[in-house]
Design a protein around this ligand. Structure first.
Ligand SMILES: NC(=O)c1ccc[n+]([C@@H]2O[C@H](COP(=O)([O-])OP(=O)(O)OC[C@H]3O[C@@H](n4cnc5c(N)ncnc54)[C@H](O)[C@@H]3O)[C@@H](O)[C@H]2O)c1
Length: 337
């Protein structure tokens, strides 16, 4: 691998434009290309970042560029084709979460990368939020004792997620999967064994999505985990994302409060909470968890121990999240082997 890493981003939408903007500025990286069938969109992103090349398809990209890493930011059900093509060309991959929208596609991606001997990382950015990372260490170093109970909530306004993803992506696969990854990461070594979930679509059913999903999961060591996600809060809700994680262990507990970004703007029209956590823009640059995550991806490419989720871990979080959806749809307890 050359000293400067040549990176391409596939998908120039909401996440892809931020990945491109971060990679374009990361030391030791060159944003070589952006791919999107909407070439006007990709060109708009590239022009702002010093003129990376633009391609309409991953085939064109792979035929023309020598790359060290491809970041895939296409919709979930369109991760598979670029991932398989990149692996076949021997290019390392970083894919936005969830790895894919089905277990079959996820397994194909993991198998292809394993066969090609290429690296595969999945974008679970909350692992790069220092609060969650520190909390994981509290468990790993024994400060909390043995786990008893974990509770994870992630609630947001109906004017955000549903606007972009309704009809395309279930709430659980878009939102809950973040907390599922965190729970599996923190409870490392334990496996989920039973899942029961309920959901409702009273409000957002007409636009093709759920209002809320609540799940209770039992792990192999007996730990009980509650997940609660909603994207149906009114637009005037106090917090953009009301997220928290509470943990009880035999020797200690912790609580992570992510609801309050700590920055509020108000004028004569409205008041607004501004993101300071996931991808705040400071001085025209994307910062926060996403920037730390992509810096971590470069460290991981170089063999460092940044906690980038592996393909196998992403299969595990996808499997548990899909089991929640199945339980909610059938009103039955799902048993995972
Ligand atoms: N980590 C997070 O917190 C987070 C947040 C939002 C979205 N995501 C994930 O990021 C991914 C992208 O979501 P988004 O919100 O940016 O979607 P988006 O719709 O804003 O952007 C997707 C882009 O992919 C392009 N595209 C479609 N087919 C393509 C193809 N075959 N080749 C190249 N480009 C193609 C579309 O034209 C579009 O510009 C999804 O997997 C999503 O779940 C992650």
């Amino acid at each position: 691998m050359s000293d400067t890493k040549r990176i391409a981003v596939i998908g120039a939408g909401f996440m892809g434009s931020m990945h491109a903007s971060i990679f374009a500025r990361l030391r030791g990286c060159e944003l070589a290309a952006i791919v999107d069938p909407n070439t006007a969109l990709a060109t708009g992103v590239a022009d702002k970042l010093g003129g990376a090349k633009v391609y309409a398809s991953h085939d064109e990209l792979l035929a023309n560029e020598r790359l060290d890493l491809i970041s895939i930011c296409t919709p979930d059900n369109l991760h598979l084709a670029p991932a398989l093509a990149a692996a076949e060309k021997g290019v390392n991959l970083f894919i936005e979460k969830p790895i894919a929208s089905s277990l079959d596609e996820a397994r194909q991606i993991v198998d292809a990368c394993r066969k090609a001997g290429t690296k595969l990382g999945i974008g679970y950015l909350l692992r790069f939020d220092p609060r969650y990372a520190h909390a994981k260490e509290l468990i790993a170093t024994g400060r909390t004792g043995a786990p008893i109970h974990l509770y994870a909530r992630r609630n947001s306004a109906r004017t955000e997620g549903p606007k972009r993803y309704a009809g395309k992506l279930p709430l659980a696969l878009h939102v809950t999967v973040h907390d599922v990854d965190l729970a599996l990461w923190m409870l490392e070594g334990q496996k989920p064994v039973t899942v029961y979930a309920q959901e409702t679509d009273r409000l957002l059913g007409p636009i093709g999505t759920q209002d809320t999903i609540a799940a209770i999961v039992r792990f192999s060591d007996g730990t009980v985990v509650n997940f609660e996600s909603a994207w149906s809060l009114p637009s005037g809700a106090r917090h953009m994302i009301d997220a928290r994680l509470e943990f009880i262990g035999t020797e200690g507990s912790f609580e992570i409060q992510c609801g309050d970004s700590g920055l509020y703007f108000a004028d004569n029209e409205r008041s607004q909470e501004i993101d300071t956590q996931h991808w705040p823009i400071v001085g025209g640059r994307v910062e926060g968890d996403l920037k730390r995550e992509l810096e971590g991806v470069i460290d991981w490419l170089d063999g460092g121990n940044s906690p980038v989720a592996t393909g196998e871990e992403a299969i595990a979080s996808l499997e548990l999240t899909l089991a929640m959806i199945r339980s909610a749809e059938t009103d039955e307890v799902v048993r995972l082997s």
